[in-house]
Design a protein around this ligand. Structure first.
Ligand code: ADP
Ligand code: MG
Length: 698
């Protein structure tokens, strides 16, 4: 038996259980099972004495005998009481359910181990529905005298009697058969870092004797995950920078200079200048540029993207920009055509709704090279779209495009274009390191001057009348207003009703024709949505009632008020994204978070953070602390992020830094991981590269 053996061959697992484990927990092999880690532990290493128990005691185990059993009450009030003693004092064990079975199984005078939370009542200690088992049996359990692992299980597993205890027994059975696991970490590293051997680490993560060894096991397994991840990224990055050639954009030409001198009506911020320099350095290096461009909403990424494209054009190449939605693509197209007006650049828009005739022209002009800049949506990566000489691909709002999709922009074997990925979702450092560790990162960490920070308030429903008055004042000044309702997949219908009700209410408070109110939501046809967005963007509607479809990128500088209804239901990053829709012009803008009177502590912390900072990076860090990395982008929409099993990006930053450093060291001396001592390691890294959503993008 080895790690790859099917779990069916383990004692305690038949075909039916194997099927359940596979379906419910993705456990197929012994390895999967050993890597199914407990999520917490119960201290079974110590027996408490009854006279030591205090009102502060949590779950404890006590060893003793039952000296008397009585049944009390009748009907619903029936209960079983057993008097239990360990020699130091007595306690009552009480059951309300399953009395017959318990009465039969408890034998007076036999030594039992009971486990539960003690209650104190009128000088008497009692345990309600304690776990109990004969000491003799307990001694044989894998967790006896140790920490007992608790695994998460599902309803379906529980129904089929695969409880956390049963899981732990099955895992114990696996360790009976497997006495050795080849360690992929080379001995020299393990020794140097003081890490447990893999077998020890796995055994102790399931059956730790004490807290100390558990910490060592956790440390080793966390390091493993982060180290393999970083090795994969560092290796990929090295491969890319050393092996993949990039087009050389030597010169700054007429397009760039003319734009810079005649079209750009503002001074670039220092951050924008720095980032442009970083991009230029890549363009000249002869290596492919693979850069993540991060910047808070409104920090001015678009101009940087545009100027980078002009450099490509100056060097005789084409450029494209891919946006996640049709609305955004259109907006970029408008911005670009406006900004490039008078420069004689052929720029076109390609989306799902581009007419066949226009599409044909685009395809043709792309191939002849006449078309210089193409802006669009996913439509850009259809097979029929072929560039003559694509030099730069810019991707807006990264997390909605997969790596495979990016790779479709060019043909295999050709020199890949330079790639710049723009994201307005600030990413905490640790997350960036693990997700984009193979990309170079540029950050625009400065806002254009003169921008007034958005004022943010948190109010409860009672404030509504005042809120409406405030909105009316803003509209009177000629401003526009967003009112956003949550849209969460699971309760789409309910949210929709919320939105409809909200819309009705708004219509009553803001009746037409004096006020014009628009609405967009996810269930509308794209054309309707576009129309509503257009009306708002053109100032024809004053209030836009919407779901989070407006979250990303929409630019209506005249909108100064963002009202977020049921704000307690949004995550911080999302709230911040929504807030970024206002404050885009020169007028003072406002974000108003409306919640119920009573909200959870976490929700309150989010509201507090929103009203106290406008810094997207700070909020992202906090969001990760509050919710964990998995939820930062709303897992449902994005399909990433990739989660670690045991490493925690919020808490394990230092292990991550260490893993990064060691990975760099190892790749430095053995770039292809070809040395014999790195053989097993190399296999793990290859698996990671296959599994991960980043990989080499060519
Ligand atoms: P982002 O894409 O990062 O959210 P944009 O590029 O859309 O931000 O910029 C937001 C607004 O700020 C745009 O209207 C843009 O023209 C303007 N802007 C960008 N850079 C500057 C600057 N350096 N000075 C003044 N305004 C700027
Ligand atoms: Mg933008």
């Amino acid at each position: 038996m080895n790690l790859d053996t099917d779990v069916t061959y383990l004692k305690g697992v038949g075909p039916k259980r194997a099927q359940l484990l596979a379906r419910e927990l993705d456990i197929f092999t012994v390895k999967d099972l050993l890597y199914y880690f407990p999520f917490r532990y119960i201290d079974r290493s110590k027996f408490y004495k009854i006279n030591e128990l205090t009102t502060d005691s949590t779950f404890v185990q006590v060893k003793g005998k039952v000296i008397d059993i009585v049944e009390e009450g009748s009907g619903n009030k029936r209960r079983l009481k057993a008097l239990f003693t360990d020699g130091t004092n007595t306690a009552e064990l009480i059951w309300f359910k399953g009395l017959n079975w318990i009465k039969q199984s408890i034998i007076k005078g036999v030594e039992y181990v009971i486990f539960g939370k003690p209650n104190f009542f009128r000088g008497m200690i009692s345990f309600v529905h304690p776990e109990f088992e004969p000491f003799e049996k307990f001694q044989k359990k894998a967790y006896s005298g140790k920490l007992q692992p608790i695994y998460s299980t599902t309803e379906k597993l529980k129904k089929n009697y695969i409880t956390t205890k049963v899981l732990s027994e099955i895992i114990a059975n696996a360790f009976e058969k497997i006495k050795n696991i080849p360690d992929f970490l080379p001995e020299y590293l393990r020794k140097r870092l003081g890490l447990l051997p893999l077998y020890e680490a796995l055994k102790n993560i399931h059956f730790p004797e004490d807290q100390f060894i558990l910490s060592k096991a956790e440390y080793r397994l966390k390091f493993d995950e982060l180290f393999i991840n970083q090795l994969a990224l560092v290796k990929q990055k090295r491969l890319r920078t050393e092996k993949i050639p990039g087009y050389v954009f030597e010169k700054i030409g007429d397009y760039f200079m003319k734009f810079y001198n005649e079209k750009l009506h503002f001074e670039l911020t220092d951050a924008q200048k720095r980032v442009l320099k970083e991009i230029r350095r890549d363009f000249k290096s002869g290596r492919q540029c693979n850069r993540l461009l991060q910047g808070d909403v409104g920090s001015g990424k678009t101009v940087v993207a545009l100027m980078s494209m002009l450099i490509a054009l100056d060097n005789g190449f084409q450029a494209c920009l891919m946006a996640p939605t049709e609305i955004l693509a259109q907006q970029h197209y408008q911005t670009f055509t406006q900004m490039l007006d008078g420069l004689d650049i052929n720029i076109k828009l390609l989306t799902g709704s581009t007419k066949t005739r226009e599409r044909r022209i685009i395809h043709h002009q792309l191939q002849t090279g006449e078309l210089q800049i193409l802006i669009g949506t996913h439509a850009l990566i259809e097979d029929t779209v072929q560039f003559k000489k694509l030099g730069l691909a810019i991707i807006d709002e990264q997390h909605r495009f997969g790596v495979a999709q990016r790779a479709k922009l060019w043909q295999k074997g050709k020199i890949p274009p330079h790639v710049i990925v723009m994201t307005a979702t600030p990413i905490p450092r640790t997350l960036a390191m693990t997700l984009y560790g193979d990309l170079d990162v540029s950050i625009i960490d400065q806002m254009p001057p003169g921008r007034k920070p958005v004022k943010t308030w948190h109010v409860t429903e009672r404030y509504r009348p005042k809120l409406y008055k405030f909105i009316k004042q803003q509209i009177q000044k000629g401003r526009q207003v967003y009112i956003v309702y949550p849209l969460i997949k699971e309760s789409e219908k309910l949210d929709y009703e919320n939105l409809e009700q909200g819309y009705e209410r708004i219509l009553q408070v803001f009746p037409p024709p004096k006020y014009r109110v628009g609405m967009v939501h996810g269930q509308m046809k794209p054309a309707e949505k576009e129309e509503q967005m257009r009306l708002f963007a053109e100032g024809k509607t004053q209030i836009l009632v919407a779901t989070t479809v407006i979250e990303v990128g929409v630019n209506v500088p005249n909108a100064t008020v963002m009202v977020i209804e049921s704000a307690e239901r949004f995550g911080l990053s999302q709230l911040h994204q929504l807030r970024g829709r206002v404050g885009r012009g020169s007028d003072q803008s406002y974000c108003i978070l409306v919640t119920k009177d009573r909200i959870s502590k976490d929700a309150l912390a989010r509201m507090h953070a929103m009203t106290h900072t406008n810094d997207g990076f700070k909020l992202a860090e906090l969001d990760m602390k509050l919710r964990g990395p998995g939820d930062i982008f709303g897992t449902a929409q994005s399909g990433f992020p990739y989660l670690f099993k045991i490493a925690n990006l919020t808490k394990d930053q230092r292990i991550l830094e260490l893993a990064r450093n060691i990975a760099q060291e190892v790749i430095q001396q053995d770039p292809m991981l070809a040395k014999p001592e790195h053989l097993l390691l190399s296999k793990e890294v290859e698996k990671e590269i296959k599994r991960s959503p980043w990989g080499l993008i060519s």
